[in-house]
Design a protein around this ligand. Structure first.
Ligand SMILES: CC(C)(COP(=O)(O)OP(=O)(O)OC[C@H]1O[C@@H](n2cnc3c(N)ncnc32)[C@H](O)[C@@H]1OP(=O)(O)O)[C@@H](O)C(=O)NCCC(=O)NCCS
Length: 383
């Protein structure tokens, strides 16, 4: 099969709740890394075959195929199309998969993959409830087929994160230690300038503004559980935020024709699913499946990115697969860096690529929990 290469990856800084990017139109937030990607690679934008873009809650300014809008807002050629992908939190990891698959199939040569989410403008789950004026309480519980299979309970990621903490016996303190490490690693990476290459400053913001460098175990222990009971607090949850990221994926032929320098090749890609009510467990089975299919073991992977939707998710995944924390989210994760839903998959890959380059690692594996109980896995080989 033909190879697919990642040529470049760039992201916005992450804007916090009511922060520096909150006033941006979602399409302008998304256009930013695309414009930067084109400038950095020097690619002739006319040659791009498609734009594959992750975004969730595609209502209002995120509706109407934002994958098409972001490219146009970036001022790029009208004849290049764009499409929007919804694999929930993994949307832009799936966008990378679709882009790579287009190239591997030989039907496309140059594809932009990425994603964005403006969570200040359009709050998380807004689309879930957008059907209420039309008689649909949420996407699931008015479907007899769904109710027969999964019941009429509200699917809720915080409840799922709690179920995972309970099942895998992950204490509140263990989650808080993980959260402290996330902030500390992200702050250390920021201070060392490790994010400088991957962040394209926006609206005067040069660094992620979600990191709380003063995060302590004592401070986290004082927070109330979300919803009043249990062990999930705001401190061990990913932050709602604004962010976007974009990558250029190319075929061998495009690399030669445009004189590009590949930075990584897609070594493996797959997606699996698990129980939608448990919702956040699929990274475990998906990673087991991916490693088996790739003929690799945990030891073969130099760095991992597993999205910190909630601390219990990567902690259960690490426990189940025997993955050492030293190799996971080495520059912090979504607890510190935020989780701009549709943009997070591309943000994780951008950070993974740069971290592999800076540490001399060869293989990196990315996985994420996704609504519907799904998980993508991508293994890249740094070149
Ligand atoms: C958990 C969640 C509901 C909290 O939202 P929020 O209440 O708006 O969050 P805030 O940032 O205001 O934090 C709440 C409190 O915790 C405190 N806090 C958060 N992180 C902290 C830290 N690291 N150290 C100390 N305090 C912290 C805040 O200061 C705030 O305190 P205050 O109420 O006194 O101001 C929200 O972040 C969320 O929904 N996260 C998950 C998103 C999600 O589900 N994504 C998809 C994944 S499947």
């Amino acid at each position: 099969m033909a190879e697919a290469y990642i040529i470049d990856a760039v992201r916005s800084p992450i804007g916090r709740k009511k922060g520096s990017l909150a006033h941006l139109h979602p399409a302008d937030l998304g256009a930013h890394p695309i414009r930067e990607l084109v400038a950095r690679t020097g690619i002739d934008a006319n040659a791009v075959d498609d734009v594959v873009w992750g975004c969730c809650d595609t209502i209002g300014p995120q509706a109407g195929d934002i994958g098409r809008t972001v490219w146009l807002v970036a001022g790029l050629p009208q004849h290049v199309p764009g499409t929007t992908v919804d694999r929930q939190c993994g949307s832009s990891q799936q966008a990378l998969h679709f882009a790579a698959q287009g190239v591997m199939s030989g039907t496309q040569d140059l594809v932009v993959a990425g994603g964005s989410q403006a969570m200040n403008a359009i709050p998380i789950s807004a689309a879930m409830y957008a059907g209420q004026p039309y008689g649909f309480d949420n996407p699931f519980n008015t479907s007899p087929g769904w109710v027969e299979r999964y019941g009429d309970g509200l699917l809720n990621q915080i409840a799922s994160a709690q179920m995972i903490a309970d099942k895998w016996e992950i204490s509140r303190t263990a989650m808080e230690e993980f959260a402290v490490a996330s902030h500390a690693r992200a702050q250390a990476a920021t201070e060392a300038g490790a994010f400088k290459r991957e962040i394209a400053p926006l609206e005067g913001l040069e660094q992620d503004e979600t990191i709380r460098p003063g995060t302590t175990l004592e401070g986290l222990a004082a927070l109330n559980p979300v919803g009043g009971e249990g062990t999930i607090t705001a401190g061990v949850a990913s932050q709602n935020c604004d962010g976007s990221a974009a990558m250029l994926v190319a075929s061998e032929q495009a690399v030669k024709h445009h004189g590009l320098t590949p930075r990584a090749r897609i070594h493996h890609l797959s997606v699996r699913a698990d129980d939608p009510v448990w919702m956040l467990t699929a990274p475990i089975t998906a990673t087991q499946h991916a490693l088996k299919k790739a003929g690799m073991s945990v030891d073969d992977i130099d760095l991992f990115e597993c999205n910190e939707a909630f601390a219990s998710v990567p902690l259960a995944w690490m426990k189940e697969l025997g993955i050492p924390h030293e190799k996971v989210n080495v520059r912090g994760g979504a607890i510190a860096l935020g989780h701009p839903l549709g943009g997070t998959g591309a943000r994780l890959m951008t950070t993974l690529l740069h971290a592999l380059e800076d540490t001399g690692g060869r293989y990196g594996l990315q996985t994420m929990c996704e609504g519907g109980g799904q998980a993508n896995v991508t293994i890249i080989e740094r070149l």
